[in-house]
Design a binder for this molecule. Structure first.
Ligand code: PLP
Length: 449
């Protein structure tokens, strides 16, 4: 986390608005407006903490990626890495945008299907997929399953022979139990030995990563899958990490996996970083896609199908978390404590991600404070040294760029109720997820007789 002494440069309203969803503005009375809705009105209607999402801006971002992809590699496919915001309404939004979805496990698969995602467009990942999850995937008709390890191969082949001997015709690939059983399409996840410059916790492409197979083991898996009677090896997958602020390592990733030979499909993963704070300058979607496709033009077969799998960059910039200030104390440091924290934003505690924030009715200027959460850990410090203008109890504070991995990692620490999600565009708010209730907290308990 950045040193509070380095951060307290007062910011202008224009600089702050640049971190909020496009079209965010101030009303004549100075109140912050996102997606055409006054944050104060949303907080009055649904309480705080509150996730506010500009869903139209997400749609526009998807179209930006798709256009760049189509221009650079016609026929390429895009799937959204749904771990970034796994809520049924967002799956529905992505399905409406006509893109596929990456799911890691049975829970995300259930939500994707509930959101209306075509199973043929689903890519299933996971370094520890259980037999139950693989069964769900094959029975649902998931388009691609990404092999992370040889146990995945063992399990999928066992599932196919079980359904063949049961003659059910279900199981691995539709019609697996019949004579002309359709083989389940799979990719192999490869560790390209590329270490991007990002947080340790979300770097995945380096040697020693727990995800995927190193090149020599991938070669052996390729040989095995080429002989498989039930699995169809379509190609390779790699994903080098998340919140990556340079396009350069992606080109190295493509070159590394090209060494494994020619395939019909290459899923190049996600990982494009986003601008959380003033000094962040990630590549644009167009620059990222150009880096991937330029490398693909140099190293991959020209008729191969490319897949990209962005998560964070499709949703993060279009989400805002609104909190209520509960207490303000001290001078140096000055603590501003809000009614949420690490139960709705684990990105700070897990990786030390820096965010920016503002009092919603006094945007810009101010002096540095410690914006802290309400949870019982000193590490529950939302933003260290963030300039806020005259924060007082009862004020609303909006933290920008919380559309990725915040809803995802929300939890019940200290009995916190997970926040609602409100979609807003053109001044029309729509509740997508309600707030948890105290009854929800007790709902899974089994009472003693
Ligand atoms: N693909 C896979 C396999 C992932 O594990 C992830 C997330 O870590 C992504 C794509 C998306 O990454 P990001 O959200 O950084 O774009």
């Amino acid at each position: 986390m950045s040193d509070p002494l380095e951060a307290p440069v007062p910011t202008t309203a224009a600089e702050l608005l640049g971190l909020f969803p496009p079209g965010s503005r101030l009303d004549p009375d100075g109140e912050l407006v996102v997606g055409g809705c006054r944050l104060a009105d949303l907080a009055a209607a649904w309480g705080t903490p509150l996730f506010v999402i500009d869903d139209e801006a997400i749609g526009a971002q998807v179209r930006r990626f798709r256009q760049a992809l189509e221009l650079n590699w016609p026929g390429a496919r895009m799937v959204w890495a749904s771990k970034a915001f796994p809520c049924t309404a967002v799956y529905r939004l992505m399905a409406q945008q006509d893109i596929g979805v990456d799911v890691a496990g049975g829970g995300e698969l259930v939500m994707a299907l509930a959101g209306g995602v075509d199973p043929a467009r689903i890519v299933m990942h996971g370094n520890a997929k259980t037999t139950a999850e693989l069964t769900m995937a094959t029975e649902a008709g998931v388009g691609l399953i990404v092999i992370d390890n040889t146990d995945d191969i063992d399990r999928l082949e066992a599932l196919a022979s079980a359904s063949a001997s049961a003659g059910t015709g279900t199981g691995t690939g539709s019609g697996a139990g019949t004579k002309n059983a359709k083989k389940q399409p799979v990719l192999i996840r490869v560790i390209p030995d590329v270490k991007p410059d990002t947080y340790e916790a979300v770097a995945t492409g380096q040697a020693g990563s727990k995800f995927g197979l190193p090149i020599p083991a991938a070669r052996a898996a390729i040989e095995r899958l080429r002989r498989s009677k039930t699995l169809r090896l379509d190609g390779l997958h790699a994903h080098i990490g998340s919140q990556i602020m340079s396009a350069e390592p992606f080109a190295r990733e493509v070159e590394a996996i090209a060494a494994l030979g020619e395939f019909g499909v290459y899923n190049l993963g996600g990982g494009l970083g986003v601008r959380y704070t003033y000094d962040d300058h990630p590549p644009t979607p167009q620059e990222w896609i150009a880096a991937l496709t330029d490398a693909a033009k140099s190293h991959l077969p020209p008729d191969a199908q490319l897949i990209i799998e962005p998560g964070r960059s499709l949703v993060a910039p279009f989400g805002v978390t609104v909190y209520r200030v509960v207490s303000v104390k001290g001078e140096d440091p000055r603590f501003v404590a809000v009614d949420g924290g690490m139960a709705d934003n684990m990105e700070v505690a897990l990786y030390g991600q820096r965010f920016e924030a503002t009092v919603t009715s006094r945007v810009g200027g101010g002096s540095a404070v410690e914006l802290v959460g309400r949870h019982c850990e000193s590490g529950d410090r939302l933003i260290s040294g963030v300039p806020l203008r005259d924060p007082r109890p009862g004020d609303l504070v909006a933290v920008a760029v919380t559309g990725a991995y915040c809803y995802t990692l929300a939890n019940n620490y200290n009995g916190a109720l997970r926040p609602p999600v409100v979609f807003c565009h053109a001044g029309r708010p729509e509740l997508a997820v309600r707030r948890e209730t105290y009854d929800d907290l007790l709902a899974r308990d089994i009472s003693p007789d």
